[in-house]
Ligand binder design. Sequence first.
Ligand code: PEP
Length: 268
Amino acid sequence: MITDKRTLVVGNWKMHLTVHQASLLVHRLNQNIQLHRSVEVVLAPSMLSLQPTSQEIDRRKFGLAAQDAYYEDEGGYTGEVSFAMISGIVDYVIVGHSARRIYFGETLETVKHKVKAAVRNGIVPIICVGETKEERRAKQTKQVLHDQVTTAVMDLTSRDIEQVVIAYEPIWAISAYDGEAARPEDVEKAVKYIRFQIEELYGRKAAERIRVIYGGSVDDHSAKAFLRVDGVDGVLPGAASLNYRQFTGIVEAAYQVQTEIRAKDDKK
Ligand code: PEP
């Protein structure tokens, strides 16, 4: 990990919380989360809660992300909200989350257009990639990551690429609190492979600078193990981000791991 990078913690609230409930959670988070310069904390509420949340969050402590947006800037796309419409409100947008790919038929092409639209509108895309259980069993993880990563970033310049965040989210490990969890060694291998793809396309500097984070059943107990994995620059918790105690615990874990890594680097 390059230690001048801030650790990124992104809470994906998915399709949970009314505007009122979101506001209560923000109130708790404002009260409980400490400001750490080495940790960047981002909240991803529903589209409906984005605007009120943007006015309620302590901006020194929190950034804001949308969970999705549409790639055309405007037009007759009933029901959609564009990247252009949310630029100025959000810093990040989650793109290609497995829920979008599975339930809403998003293809590699769709994700590519969304990544491009995010960058065009000055928003950092958090590109989610990861294999299904079947693909893992069939030992296709590398092929899947290759296809997802290379298509998603295809239209980006070498300047754009360093801004992008890639989230490794193995689908079999999402919401798997009672099931099979990813092991740090699985995550390390996948993250290394993702950086290798970026290096092949954009060179070593870009591969080192791009932020790669992990998501899949991360909570306040497991966060440190994932954050200590070489090459992991942050975490993307879903369910645990809806609980202010757990989310606060994850942010504190990120701060402690950053402090450990910085102390080690200083001794070198
Ligand atoms: C997610 O939805 O991106 C996610 C990682 O969810 P969870 O942490 O609940 O597995």
